[in-house]
Design a protein around this ligand. Sequence first.
Ligand SMILES: NC(=O)c1ccc[n+]([C@@H]2O[C@H](COP(=O)([O-])OP(=O)(O)OC[C@H]3O[C@@H](n4cnc5c(N)ncnc54)[C@H](O)[C@@H]3O)[C@@H](O)[C@H]2O)c1
Ligand SMILES: O=C[C@H](O)CS(=O)(=O)O
Length: 477
Amino acid sequence: MQTFEQQKEFGLFINNQTKMTEQKINILDKYSLQPIAQVARAGKEDVEEAVRGAQEAFKTPLSPYERYQILQKAAAKLREQQEGFANLLVKEVGKPINESMGEVFRSALTLEIAAEEGKRVAGEGVPIEAAPGSENRRAYTVRKPVGVIAAITPFNVPLNLVCHKIGPALASGNSVVLKPSDATPLVALKLAEILKEAGLPTGKLQVLTGHGAEIGNWLLENNKVNMFTFTGSTSVGKYIKEHAGLRKVALELGNNSATIVHHDTDVQAAAKAVALKSFNNAGQVCISVQRVFVHRSVHDEFVQHLKKATESIQVGDPGKETTDVGPMISEDAAQRVEDWVAEAVHEGAKIQVGGQRKEAVFYPTVLTNVTETMRVSYDEIFGPVVCVEAYTGTEESIQKVNNSDYGLQAGIFTNDLNFALQAAEEIEVGGVIINDTPGYRVDHMPYGGVKNSGTGKEGPKYAIEEMTEEKLIVWNR
Ligand SMILES: NC(=O)c1ccc[n+]([C@@H]2O[C@H](COP(=O)([O-])OP(=O)(O)OC[C@H]3O[C@@H](n4cnc5c(N)ncnc54)[C@H](O)[C@@H]3O)[C@@H](O)[C@H]2O)c1
Ligand SMILES: O=C[C@H](O)CS(=O)(=O)O
């Protein structure tokens, strides 16, 4: 029997079985741009079969402890197979091997956190008797799984962000129909196999590969789907929200993450932290640092340190342990970033380092003299580009951060406690990271944005709250 790595054709994962389709999609190695596999392209009938199977599976609930055991076993298998999963991420995403190993490590953690939280899905006692006339009544709430959850995920973190959806969904008793990214579906199929090996019953998890818009619409049209949890671009998130009707929708969307660097901080350390989180995963991270607002008195010093840190970054083959930054997800994506940088330069921005492209590789780029009217600043570039702008007053820095349609996370480097807490209060985002960049995330924290960055929170404890309904029960004794 072929190993997963030896396989060249992958079917849909429906009712714990592999289902091939006539039409297929090529999956490329993102560095060599050569095909590495073909995956099935789901049709409407496949989507309907997957949703039916998920609904049937939902009718046969597992106990919380059974769900805990399955997720823990799957996490253990992820750890055992860390290298295999990481090598797949290197090929499928173009993510450097060290970063890919880190994603697999975090994915196992996410499943373990979900397993634990699945044992704590509970409502609360309600002091109903406190109401005059209700002295003889008692009340409490319980949390019930919503049912069939459609989970749609992006290309950039295709293992851990899938675990952030299927982990809490399964832990809280739901069934999941997963649609991974068209560009990076293989690692989700590999994860489904280890959940099956871990004992996940038929139909609890279905994986539909194929074109997002096609499958997305068939899922939106299917009234057996009880909830949508989407991670991806703001435009697609808005579409899903507009077409989901009254069903629950959780949205983890785009961002143009900002960082304030005040004059009283260690400017060199801040520059190194910014470089690290501006260019990891080739800047294809929703909380990648994109806008840096630096106090005018330390702007030039910061730029010099940032240039030096950026010039030391190793760019190239993601399969090499010495590589810090590999290719973007496609040559088209790298071309788009190149066009945006050229437009910014035309409008007055200055390239301090970078700006070159070779096929799907765009070199880490630092822009100065950037203004808020440039697309590289106001829109989500989702590439290895960071924009530096000076500010004078603390109020001005907060205003610049808030001058955005997005609001996922922001960072501030300062030793001024009053400024830090004022920024934490006034910056319009889902999370403020003091003395680090917005790129900070650990998998059990509440994570999610405001404005065009989405609605709802992830992190297993918080995702479970979104994936369950709280039911009130009142007893008239
Ligand atoms: N907030 C977060 O936690 C978070 C995390 C990662 C990525 N993102 C965001 O994701 C984006 C990059 O990922 P991407 O390029 O894969 O995003 P995308 O929106 O292009 O695709 C995301 C998923 O949606 C599917 N899709 C595409 N069109 C659809 C449609 N009409 N209906 C239903 N599904 C559809 C895709 O196939 C993919 O599986 C960036 O904006 C980034 O900020 C956000
Ligand atoms: O791309 C956005 C991700 O949510 C960031 S992380 O990989 O979860 O830290």
